[in-house]
Design a protein around this ligand. Structure first.
Ligand code: AMP
Ligand code: MN
Ligand code: MN
Ligand code: MN
Length: 282
C-alpha cells in the first residue's frame, strides 16, 4: 500500500510529521508522502523519521491554484524543500493567507461576533492558520455548533465573513514544483469539475502547462469515479497517482493508505520519484 497525499500539524492535520511516518510504517505503507498546504515545515522531520522507520518517504506540498471555476489543488512530490525560489513563492502565499485571515477576523467582528486573534492563534499553535481554526474558535465561543455550520454561516465561499486569498496560477505552481525538482500532480480532480468532459478538457490544458500526473486512486472517490479518472488519465497520457488526503482527527473518516493501486502504477510512481531530490529510499 502507498499514500502520496497526507497532512500533518504543519498545516491542518492533527498528527506530527514524525508521528505520521511511524503510523505509515505501522499501517504497512511502502511509500508515503507528506503534502501539507502551502508550506514544507514538516518535511525535514518527516524524512528523518522515515529514515529511522525504514519507510520510503517523499517530501511534498499541496498548493491551491487560481482557476476560474471550481478549485484546483496541485501536489508537488519529491521536492527539494530547501529550494530558494520555492520558499520565496511560499512566503508570498503565506503572507496572502495572513492578510486574508486578518480581513476575515475584521468581518466577523463587524458581524457582531466577539472573537480575538489570540484565540485563533492559540488553537493553531505552531500550525498554519486556516479557516478550520476560525471554525473551531467560533464553536468554542458557542456561535455555531459544528465546523460545517461555521462554514455555511460565516466562513465558506459566498458567506458573509469569507475573503479570498492570493493563489498562484496553475502554470506558476507547476513551474515552482519543477524548479524544486519535484513532480506536479493534479489532486482530487473532481474538485475542479465534475462534468467528465469539462474535467478532461481542463486537464488537457493543464497537461500543456506541464502537469505530470493526476490523482486517480483517491480515498473519497468511488470505484466508478476512479475508473472515470483512469480513462481520462490514459487518454491524456497522465500518470495516475494514489493518495488518501489523510488529516488525522480533523477528517477522522479518512484512514492512511490510498485505495488499492495496481502494482504497475506503484512501480511507475516509484520510477518517477526515484529521480527527485526530496525522496528517501529505505
Ligand atoms: P483555508 O486554506 O484557510 O482557506 O481553509 C481551508 C480549510 O478549511 C480546508 O483545509 C478544510 O479543512 C476547511 N474547509 C473548507 N471548506 C469547508 C467546508 N465547507 N466545510 C468544512 N471545512 C471546510
Ligand atoms: Mn486540508
Ligand atoms: Mn486539497
Ligand atoms: Mn490535501
Amino acid at each position: 500500500m502507498i499514500d502520496l497525499h497526507t497532512h500533518s500539524t504543519a498545516s491542518d492535520g492533527s498528527d506530527s510529521p514524525e508521528a505520521l511516518a511511524a503510523m505509515g510504517k505501522a499501517a504497512g505503507l511502502a511509500l508515503m508522502a507528506l503534502t501539507d498546504h502551502d508550506n514544507t515545515d514538516g518535511t525535514a522531520g518527516f524524512l528523518a523519521a522515515c529514515r529511522r522507520e525504514g519507510l520510503c518517504g517523499v517530501a511534498g506540498i499541496e498548493l491551491s491554484a487560481e482557476v476560474a471555476e471550481g478549485s484546483l489543488h496541485i501536489l508537488g512530490l519529491g521536492i527539494d524543500a530547501a529550494s530558494e525560489p520555492l520558499q520565496e513563492n511560499l512566503t508570498r502565499v503565506i503572507e496572502g493567507r495572513e492578510w486574508r485571515n486578518a480581513q476575515m477576523l475584521e468581518r466577523l467582528n463587524e458581524l457582531g461576533l466577539e472573537l480575538t486573534w489570540a484565540e485563533i492563534a492559540d488553537l493553531a499553535g505552531q500550525d498554519l492558520i486556516s479557516r478550520a481554526h476560525f471554525a473551531l474558535a467560533l464553536i468554542n465561543r458557542g456561535y455555531v455548533s459544528t465546523v460545517a455550520e461555521a462554514f455555511e454561516l460565516y466562513l465558506g465561499k459566498g458567506a458573509p465573513a469569507y475573503v479570498d486569498r492570493f493563489r498562484f496560477y496553475p502554470e506558476e505552481c507547476i513551474r515552482m514544483i519543477h524548479e524544486a525538482g519535484g513532480i506536479a500532480v493534479a489532486a482530487h480532480p473532481f474538485s475542479w469539475a465534475q462534468d467528465r468532459n469539462i474535467l478532461a478538457e481542463n486537464l488537457e490544458a493543464l497537461k500543456e502547462k506541464g502537469i505530470d500526473g493526476m490523482e486517480v486512486y483517491y480515498s473519497a472517490y468511488s470505484l466508478e469515479e476512479r475508473l472515470d479518472l483512469l480513462r481520462i488519465a490514459a487518454r491524456l497520457n497522465l500518470q495516475p497517482f494514489a493518495g488518501s488526503d489523510y488529516h488525522g482527527e480533523a477528517k477522522a473518516e479518512i484512514a492512511l493508505g490510498a485505495p488499492e493501486t495496481p502494482p504497475e502504477t506503484e512501480a511507475a510512481i516509484r520510477r518517477l520519484l526515484q529521480q527527485c531530490p526530496g525522496t528517501v529510499w529505505s
